[in-house]
Ligand binder design. Structure first.
Ligand code: 13P
Length: 255
């Protein structure tokens, strides 16, 4: 049976246009005969159209790194969900912790962004949640995850096959070089799953939600994440910036 897991590359603001195009081409070549699970790449905004052309006729989907909640209007610098669809995106990261940290995004904004994304038929939000080091150290993680999910998703009406991906990204693990212990990720994913079950019911959660992990995943530590419960895939930063490394990570998870 084909894996229903997903591996998503988040290239953040790490590459310019030429470097992005180069890496997208390398990834396209590397994954030429790869036909397992789902793959997506999220380059920066200015690269979306070019990367979209490269990924055309491949099994690799295009994603964006952010979205604004309004559709059209006087919102200088922003990009709407329908514009992302127009650019060929099937996924968009919403509320990444780096945006929460550097741009003061909060879950009220994230909630509006998710709503705008869900209004587009073929756009899936990748909603980022996760505790910081202080919260983990003081044993508040479960509450933080519960609270972030409530703020982000309360009151949303999930209809039909509309998909939502929850990315559990413990802030302290991102870019640190050390991923969380797999058992700890499994525990956090269970908390997320139970919270979602409570909010939307098990049937909807099984059908419409995926829970993925992000934070310092690489080809060495990925093996610990292959057989965890409630682990539907990965959101990969640094390790997705090299085609060979990304291939190793993706092929370990997507079988
Ligand atoms: P790293 O894999 O570089 O830690 O980044 C994770 C991340 O933030 C993905 O969104």
């Amino acid at each position: 049976m084909k894996s229903d897991k997903i591996v998503i590359a988040n290239w953040k603001m790490k590459l310019n246009l030429a470097q992005t195009v180069d890496l997208a081409k390398k990834i396209k070549t590397k994954f030429k005969n790869f036909n397992k699970g789902e793959l997506a790449i999220c380059p920066n905004f200015i690269s979306l159209l070019e990367v979209g052309k490269i990924l055309k006729d491949t099994n690799i989907a295009l994603g964006a790194q952010d979205v604004f909640w309004e559709e059209l209007g006087a919102y200088t610098g922003e990009i709407s969900a329908s514009m992302l669809v127009e650019a060929g995106c099937s996924y968009v990261i919403v509320g990444h912790s780096e945006r929460r940290q550097f741009l003061m995004e909060n879950y009220e904004m994230i909630h509006k962004e998710i709503k705008a994304v869900l209004a587009q038929e073929d756009l899936t939000p990748i909603v980022c949640i996760g505790e910081n080091w202080e919260e983990r150290k003081t044993d508040r993680r479960d509450f933080v995850l519960f609270d972030q999910l409530q703020q982000a998703l309360s009151g949303l009406n999930i209809v039909g096959d509309q998909k939502i991906i929850i990315a559990y990204e413990p802030i302290w693990a991102i870019g640190s070089g050390t991923a969380i212990e797999p058992a700890e990720a499994e525990y956090a994913h269970k908390i997320i799953k139970l919270t979602l079950n409570d909010m939307f019911g098990m049937k909807t959660v099984d059908n419409n939600f995926k829970i993925i992990y992000g934070g310092s995943i690489n080809s060495e530590n990925v093996k610990g994440f292959t057989n965890l419960e409630n682990m539907d895939g990965l959101l990969v930063g640094g390790a997705s910036l090299d085609a060979n490394e990304f291939y190793k990570v993706a092929s370990a998870i997507l079988k």
